[in-house]
Write a protein that binds this ligand. Structure first.
Ligand code: NAD
Length: 493
C-alpha cells in the first residue's frame, strides 16, 4: 500500500513572498478518501486581496517595460519545471481533484505545453503595419497590456486552465492576481512555485487562496484593470456584470451542455468509443464534456447497446489506481447536486437507460456511477426536461432520438449553451451542414466533444461565453489593447 503523503501547508503568494493567511482554515481533501487531507492552511481575506492588487499594480510598469522575449523566457523555464515534475504533480492533482492519474499527468503536460506556446509568443509578431493613404506615412498598430488582471479559475482543470489564462496575461505584459477554486489550492501553489522559480519578478504574479467572495473583492478593487473568469454561468454572469459596471474588460468562460450527434451513417464503434470518453472521462466534470446525445432513431437501439457494452467495462474507483477509468466527483455537495438532477429528470419523465457499477470499496468517496437517461420522445417534454436544459457537471448522459439529420441538428441547438459539440458521420456533405448549422464555439467531427489545443481559439458561443475567446491568437485580443500610430517622419531634407 502506498504511504499517505502528509498534508502540504498552504500559503498565500503576495509581492514575491509566501505568507500565511489570516482567515479560516481551508483543508483540501482527497475526494476518493475524504478523511485524507491533501493540503491545509489559513485562507486569504479582503486585506490580502488589497495588498495583492497593490503589489501587482506596483510591479506593472517594470513588467510591461521588460522585453517580451524575456517575459516569454520565464514561461519557457516554468514549462521545463512542470515537465520535469509531471509525475509528482500528476499524482497530487489526481489526489486533490479526483481525475485519473493518466488524465492528471496529461493535464500537467498540457499546462507545460501552454506555457511553451505563450513563452514562444515572446518572439512572434507584436503588432501590425499598414500602408497609409498619405505619402511619407505608415500606420502601426502596437499592443499594450491591460495592467493588473484578475484571474478566477474553476476546480476541474486545476493547472491547465490557470496556465492558459496566466501565460498569455504575463507574456503580453500584464501582472496578475489569481484566485483559484478553493477545492484545488495545492495545484495552484505548484503552478505559482514553478513561475516564481523560473524567475518571475516580485509582484508580477500573486496567488490568493480562499473562498468565492475573494473573487468579488478582486473585481471590485479600484486598481484592477481586467478580469478573466472560468466557472459556472451563475458566478460568471455576476462577476461580468460587476466588472462591466466599472468599465473593466471581462472574459468569462462558463457552463456547457454539449451534444454528441450520431447520424445514421456514422461509424458506430468509433462514435461509441468517443461518446463514452466525452461523457465519462474526468467523471463528466469538463466544461466540454458530452452531456447530451442526439442519435438518429434508425441506429439508436444499436448505438445505445454499444454504449452499454463499453460502460460495462468502465471501472470506477480510486483515480490513482491505474486500472480505473473514472474517479469520484469533487465534493459531497457536487455528488448530491447531480443525484438531485437525476431524480428531477426521472420525475419529469426520463427513463434510466443505464446505471453503471460503483467502486468495490468506496471508502466514503464522492462516487456516482456512469448514468444514461433517455428523455421523453414527445418533443416538448424532451426539450423541457431538466436533464436536457441544466448542466449537471457529472457522469450523466441525456439521450434523445432524432428523425433524420435536420432534426438532429435542431435538437443539438436546443440549448442556451453553445460551448462544444461532436458530430459523427462519414458524409462530408453532412459535416459541412453541421459546420453551418450547429451554433457552438468548438465543433469536433468524429472525435469527442472535449479537447482543445493551445494555438487555436477556445470558448463558447451563446450563453457559454462572454467577451473575447481564450488561447491562440484570440488570447491577445483580451490580454492586450491596441494603439494605432500614424507615423510620419519630420520635414524631408
Ligand atoms: P464556480 O463558478 O463554482 O467557481 C469558479 C471560481 O469562482 C472559483 O474560483 C470560485 O471560488 C469562484 N467563485 C465562486 N463563487 C464566487 C462568487 N460569489 N464571487 C466570486 N467568485 C466566486 O465553478 P466550479 O464549480 O469551480 O467549476 C465548474 C463550472 O465551471 C462548470 O459550470 C463548468 O462548465 C465551468 N467551466 C467552464 C469552462 C469553460 O471554458 N467554458 C471550463 C471549465 C469549467
Amino acid at each position: 500500500m502506498t504511504p499517505i503523503a502528509p498534508a502540504v501547508q498552504l500559503r498565500q503568494f503576495i509581492a514575491g513572498s509566501w505568507e500565511e493567511g489570516t482567515g479560516a482554515v481551508l483543508s483540501s481533501a482527497n475526494p476518493a478518501r475524504p478523511g485524507e487531507v491533501v493540503a491545509e492552511g489559513l485562507q486569504a481575506t479582503a486585506e490580502h486581496v488589497d495588498r495583492a492588487v497593490r503589489a501587482a499594480s506596483d510591479a506593472a510598469a517594470a513588467w510591461a517595460g521588460t522585453p517580451m522575449h524575456e517575459r516569454g523566457a520565464v514561461l519557457l523555464r516554468a514549462a521545463g519545471l512542470l515537465e520535469r515534475a509531471e509525475e509528482s504533480l500528476g499524482r497530487e492533482l489526481a489526489r486533490e481533484e479526483g481525475k485519473t492519474l493518466a488524465e492528471a499527468r496529461g493535464e500537467v503536460a498540457r499546462a507545460a505545453q501552454i506555457l511553451r506556446y505563450f513563452g514562444n509568443e515572446g518572439d512572434r509578431a507584436a503588432g501590425e503595419v499598414f500602408a497609409s493613404p498619405r505619402r511619407g506615412e505608415r500606420i502601426l498598430v502596437v499592443r499594450k497590456p491591460l495592467g493588473v488582471v484578475g484571474v478566477v479559475t474553476p476546480f476541474n482543470f486545476p493547472i491547465a486552465i490557470p496556465a492558459w489564462k496566466i501565460a498569455p496575461a504575463l507574456v503580453y505584459g500584464n501582472t496578475v492576481v489569481w484566485k483559484p477554486a478553493s477545492t484545488v489550492p495545492l495545484l495552484a501553489v505548484r503552478l505559482a512555485e514553478a513561475l516564481a522559480d523560473a524567475g518571475l519578478p516580485k509582484g508580477v504574479l500573486n496567488l490568493l487562496i480562499g473562498p468565492g467572495k475573494l473573487g468579488t473583492a478582486l473585481v471590485e478593487h479600484p486598481r484592477l484593470d481586467g478580469l478573466t473568469f472560468t466557472g459556472s454561468t451563475a458566478v460568471g454572469r455576476r462577476l461580468a456584470a460587476a466588472g462591466a459596471s466599472r468599465g473593466l474588460p471581462v472574459q468569462a468562460e462558463m457552463g456547457g451542455k454539449n451534444a454528441a450527434i450520431v447520424l445514421k451513417d456514422a461509424d458506430l464503434d468509433l462514435a461509441a468509443e468517443q461518446v463514452v470518453l466525452g461523457a465519462f472521462r474526468s467523471t463528466g466534470q469538463k466544461c466540454t464534456a458530452t452531456s447530451r446525445l442526439v442519435v438518429d432513431e434508425q441506429v439508436a437501439d444499436e448505438f445505445l447497446g454499444r454504449l452499454r457494452t463499453r460502460l460495462d467495462a468502465w471501472a470506477v474507483g480510486d483515480p490513482t489506481d491505474p486500472g480505473v477509468h473514472m474517479g469520484p466527483l469533487i465534493s459531497a455537495g457536487a455528488a448530491d447536486s447531480v443525484r438531485r438532477g437525476i431524480s428531477a429528470a426521472v420525475e419529469e419523465g426520463a427513463a434510466l437507460a443505464y446505471e453503471g457499477k460503483g467502486p468495490g470499496d468506496p471508502e466514503g468517496g464522492f462516487y456516482l456511477p456512469a448514468t444514461i437517461l433517455e428523455l421523453p420522445r414527445n418533443p416538448a417534454s424532451g426539450a423541457a426536461n431538466t436533464a436536457w436544459r441544466e448542466e449537471f457537471f457529472g457522469p450523466v448522459l441525456s439521450v434523445r432520438r432524432a428523425s433524420g439529420t435536420a432534426n438532429a441538428f435542431e435538437l443539438a441547438n436546443e440549448s442556451d449553451f453553445g460551448l462544444s459539440a461532436a458530430v459523427f458521420t462519414q458524409d462530408v456533405t453532412r459535416v459541412l451542414e453541421a459546420v453551418d448549422s450547429i451554433d457552438v464555439g468548438i465543433l469536433h467531427v468524429n472525435s469527442e466533444s472535449a479537447g482543445a489545443d493551445p494555438h487555436v481559439p477556445f470558448g463558447g458561443a451563446r450563453k457559454s461565453g462572454y467577451g473575447p475567446k481564450e488561447q491562440g491568437g484570440a488570447a491577445k485580443e483580451f490580454f492586450s489593447h491596441t494603439t494605432t500610430v500614424y507615423l510620419r517622419g519630420g520635414n524631408p531634407r
